[in-house]
Structures are given as C-alpha cells and as structure tokens.
Design a protein around this ligand. Structure first.
Ligand code: ADP
Length: 609
C-alpha cells in the first residue's frame, strides 16, 4: 500500500493545487447537497405522514360510526315484538303458524335495510329456526362463533366468504324477552357496510391504501379487507404478531402513531399511520410506498447529481488552469535550477512578474551570475593547485629517490671502513660505525616507506573482483616468520569477494596485522579478522589483544609520521596507518579505531560495493 505521506511528497505542486481546489469544491457541494437532500426528505415525509394521519382519523371515525349504525339496525331487528312473541310461543307449542309469523317478521324487515343479504333466527340450541334465505333453515350454528359470541353480546366481527365468493359478514345479537334468552338474531351483510372496502384511493396516490385486520385466536392478525395489490387477501393473508415492522402489528398493539419507515405485505418500504379500534379489536393502517412519495426527490437527486458531475468537471478544468497559472513560474524556476545544477551556468530565468516569484527568479539569476565568477575562480585555483601538487609530488619523489644515493654511499663507505680498519679501530669507534650503519638503514627504510606512501597517490591501480580470502592467505604467507616468531594466533571468518585493488588491500591487511603483532603485550598475540555486510557496504574488523591506544590518540595515529612510542621501544616510521587510511579512501570507505588498554585494539574499515 502506498503511504499517503510519500504520495504527498512525490506529488507535483500543480497536482497538489488542483487536488486542493477539487477537494474544497467537492466537500462544499457534498455538504450542500446532503443538507438539501435530508431537509427536503424530512419535509416531504412530514407532509405525507400528516396527510395519512388525517385520512386515518377520518377512516377511524367513519368505521366507528358504521359500527354504531350496525348495532342500531341489529337492535331494531332483534327487538321486534312480533318476532319475540312468536318465538316465545313456538318454544311452548311448536305450531307452524308461529314459524310463519317469524318468517313474515323477518321478510318484512329485510327490504328496509338494503345492505342486508339475509336475516335469520337461531334457536337456543344453535339451529337456524327461520331465515329469509331458505337454504339456511335447519343449519346447525351451535359451534359457529356468530352464535356463541352473539349469545354473550352484540357481535359484528364474524367475517366469511359467501357462496358467490364475495366477502360477507355476520352480525349477531341475543333475543331476550323478560330476561329470558329466546335465541340469536343472525344478519348477513356486506363488510363494506362497516369497513372501507372497494373504497376509492383518493389522496392515496398510486400505491397508498387503507388496510384492516383483526386478531385471530392464536394472536396473529388476519386481513379483513381486500388489499389494493392483493384482492384475494380477504381472510387469507395472515400477518404474524411478532413482525413489528408491519404497521398492522403496531395498530393491533394499540399504537396509534405515525411510522416513517415500515414494511408492507409486498415487502416494500412504506410510510404508515396506524389506528386501533378497541370496541371490535381491529387495527387499521393507512400507508403509501416510499418509492412513490420520494419519486420527485429521487428525480431531483438525479438532476442534482448530473449538475454536480458537471460542476466537478468544470472545477477540474478550472483547478488545472489555476494551478498551471500558479505553478508555471515555479516550474520555469525549477527547470532552470536543474539546468544550472547540471553545469549549464549560462541558463537564466525569464522574469514576467514582480511578485515574490519574480523577486525569487531575479535573485536566482544573480546567484547564477555569481556562481559563474566563483566557478571560474575555483577552476583557476584548482588548476594552479593541481600544478603545485604534481610539482610537489615530483619533488618529493625525486628528492626521496635522490636521498637514497648519498645514503647508499654513506652505508657502503662505513661498511668498507669497518671491514678495512677492523683491527685498527677501538671498541668505541666500532660502536659508532655500527650506529651509523643502523641509522642509515633506518633512514633507508623510512625513505622506502615514504616512497610507498607517495606512490599510492601517483600510481593507477587495477580494480578487479578479488576473493579477499586469497589476499588474506598471501598476507599470512608474507609475514609467516613474524607469526611464528611471536607464536601468534590469527583467526578469520570467511571474507567476501569484492571489486578492489588486490595490491592495495594486500598492503592494508598486512599493515594492520603487522601492527597487531608489533604492539603486543607479554601474552600470546591473538588477532581476529571478520567482515559483515550492512547498509550497502562491507564492514571489516581487525582486532588484537595488544597494548591498546589511549582515546586521545585515536584520530592522530592516522596522520603521517605520527608515532606514540620511542624508536627504542618499537621500531617504525609512522607511515603504516596513514597508508591504510589512503587505501581505504581510494575504495570509498572509512577507517577508525576502538581501543581499550586492557582488552586490545580493534581497527574498523568499510568498503563500498
Ligand atoms: P608505526 O610505524 O609507528 O607502527 P603506524 O602508522 O603503523 O606507524 O602506527 C602509528 C601508531 O599507532 C603507532 O606508533 C602505534 O603507537 C599505534 N598503533 C598502531 N597500531 C597499533 C596496534 N595494533 N596496537 C596499539 N597501537 C597501535
């Protein structure tokens, strides 16, 4: 995954400016649109719910009125004197004339109430004694809820589907004379008598509707009016009481409220309002699909989205143009700076403005001008330095070379003197001659070391892939006599193969190991050589258990002719470590020392791969 900070760092200024402008306008548009969208949505929701609420209130009072009316009509029927008298007499004496009178009473009443389909009288045992509908006579209603409930109180909630497959309803009420139950009056009617069935959907749009349900014995809810999009649902659709997201469930729980987010029988999201009619234990809901309600909003949303996209498109164009305007001078400045840094000092920035960028550009041009002077000056100085250096090196080389000549003469003449006048010389003179020979030899060694040191700078070396293990073995062979002499142990881990100058690395290892053996203590000398690859370079370590070096001399010892001991104590010229430093630098590395008088000394150096 790309890190956002890295992305910002590598991004061009132009892109950054464009991105900032884009982000600004995008967040502004998003905030404005969201505020507008949610405000409008809640306003629409409120208006529609208010509307549904009014419809629900009207529907509820309408149904309650209908119930009252129906109870009144039921009472008119069951309280007819002729009906009661003849029924009473019939129980005492089952003469057919009483039945004829009952029939006549029922048939007289039927036409006066148009919505009634039939009127029947059920006897005390539950058998239909007489009915305006002949086929019902003698039907056994003893187990029918219209009879059972009708005996207890006036009942108007027995729905069923009649023989013509139409919704029907029974009203029933007990017939009483002188506190004596004579039977039950049973009226078959249309449910539309009470409930808003086959109603028009005025004010309810394309998906709105009024639904009603009654509680079944198991507690679940049964639809008691055909639904708008499910005409066969009457007495068929059952809604489980635990589905609280259905508005009819809320209605049946007695919650008379508005619900902005419910689900209907078509599994659609709806806005709904609920009412409960305790007198009959029915619930009604008025609801409408959210899709329909919010359709204008969705349409608007699509339009706004198109506009936003267009605005964003133009914002991108403007942002790119503006960022181009801002960054053009900076880009010019950058390009010129790159050219100048690549060495083209004649390059200049075109100055088009007097703002901060203009001032910067003019300062930049001045800087380039001064750079030319400084550069020319530097080149001249460099040139003369080069000449001086090569003259100095030649001089050093020649003079060290020339010094050898008289030195050789001194040595050979002194040796001749010793040889020829051996017997004429007293001991004192012999010792002097010996000292002259020794000093000359030391001077010769020093000049040779110095020549080696100077040569390193003047000679060109071959750099090639070299197995350092081989170099290391060569060094050990070269100083094998010294190793044996000192009874020393030299340990090494496997060394890498690197592109180096084999001659120089030989010299480097030799000098360091040589010193480790030279600056030994009375203990057996142990030298450890190891290497490690870290951060693109090889680290080498040459450590010994010798006399150690005081910390204040740690940087001094790499300077030429720097020695810490007298010649009487330790032989040497003070050139070895200076040579090591030069060799390491020629391999783009560094050399340093860590030391402790009790433990010994460790030399570290690096070589770049
Ligand atoms: P020299 O010819 O004196 O050895 P070098 O340049 O090789 O010259 O070393 C400089 C000085 O650093 C030495 O005189 C010695 O005091 C000190 N030195 C170098 N290597 C070691 C070592 N392994 N242990 C202790 N001292 C050392």
């Amino acid at each position: 995954m790309i890190d956002i900070n890295t992305l910002i760092i590598v991004m061009k200024i132009k892109t950054k400016v464009a991105l900032i402008l884009l982000l600004l306008s995008f967040s502004l548009i998003t905030i404005m649109t969201s505020v507008f969208y949610f405000n409008t949505k809640s306003a629409i929701t409120e208006i529609v719910l208010n509307n549904l609420d009014s419809i629900a209130t009207i529907q509820k009072s309408h149904i309650l009125n209908n119930i009252d009316n129906t109870f009144e009509k039921l009472n008119l029927i069951k309280n007819r004197i002729i009906l009661k008298n003849n029924l009473e007499k019939y129980y005492i004496n089952s003469k057919s004339e009483y039945l004829t009178n009952i029939s006549k009473s029922l048939n007289d009443a039927l036409p006066s109430i148009k919505s009634f389909k039939s009127i029947s009288v059920i006897d005390k045992k539950g058998i239909i004694l007489m009915s305006t509908e002949k086929r019902l006579i003698n039907e056994n209603f003893s187990q029918h809820e219209a009879f059972i409930n009708g005996l207890k109180k006036d009942t108007i909630d027995t729905f069923f589907i009649d023989k013509f497959n139409n919704p029907s309803i029974y009203f029933s009420g007990v017939i009483i004379k002188n506190k004596q139950i004579l039977g039950v009056a049973l009226i078959e009617s249309y449910p539309s008598q009470i409930l808003p069935i086959n109603h028009e959907f005025t004010g309810l749009g394309k998906t709105g509707e009024v639904t009603s349900g009654k509680r079944m014995k198991d507690g679940n809810i049964l639809a008691i009016s055909p639904l708008r999009f499910m005409p066969n649902s009457f007495l068929k659709l059952v809604i489980p009481i635990k589905e609280t997201k259905r508005p009819i469930v809320q209605a049946m729980k007695g919650n008379e409220s508005i619900f902005p987010d419910m689900i209907n029988y078509r599994e659609k999201k709806i806005l709904a309002v609920t009412r409960y009619l305790p007198i009959v234990d029915w619930g009604i809901t008025v609801n409408i699909d959210q899709d329909e309600v919010f359709e204008p909003l969705y349409k608007l949303q699509r339009i706004v989205l198109t506009i936003i996209l267009m605005i964003l498109f133009f914002t991108i164009l403007i942002a790119l143009y503006v960022s181009h305007l801002f960054t053009r001078p900076i880009i010019n400045l950058t390009n010129t700076a790159i050219k100048i840094s690549n060495g083209d000092l004649s390059e200049r920035i075109e100055i088009n403005s007097k703002d901060e960028i203009g001032v910067m550009a003019s300062s930049f041009n001045k800087m380039a001008e001064s750079l030319i002077y400084a550069n020319n000056d530097l080149l001249q100085k460099n040139e003369s330095l080069k000449i001086q250096k090569s003259e100095l090196e030649r001089f050093t080389y020649i003079s060290s070379h020339d010094l050898q000549e008289p030195l050789r003469s001194i040595t050979s003449f002194t040796e001749l003197l010793e040889k020829n006048y051996k017997n004429n010389l007293d001991n004192q003179s012999k010792e002097y001659i010996n000292l002259i020979i020794k000093s000359s030899k030391r001077m010769k060694d020093q000049i040779n070391d110095f020549l080696d040191y100077v040569k390193i700078n003047n000679k060109t070396y071959q750099y090639q892939k070299t197995d350092l293990n081989t170099i290391f073995k060569d060094v050990l062979n070269d100083i094998s006599h010294l190793i044996k002499e000192n009874n020393s142990v030299i340990n090494t881990t496997s060394l890498p193969t690197l592109t180096v100058s084999p001659d120089l690395i030989f010299q480097l290892f030799k000098n360091l190991i040589f010193n480790s053996l030279k600056y030994r203590t009375s203990q057996q000398p142990i030298v450890n050589i190891s290497s490690e690859y870290k951060d693109n370079q090889w680290y080498f370590k040459v450590s010994d258990n010798g006399i150690g070096i005081e910390e204040k001399y740690h940087s001094k010892i790499f300077e030429i002719f720097q020695r810490l001991h007298s010649r009487e104590k330790y032989e040497g010229s003070g050139i070895g470590l200076a040579t090591c430093k030069k060799i390491v630098e020629l391999h783009s590395g560094k050399i340093w020392v860590e030391s402790n008088a009790e433990i010994g000394t460790s030399f570290y150096f690096t070589i770049h791969t």
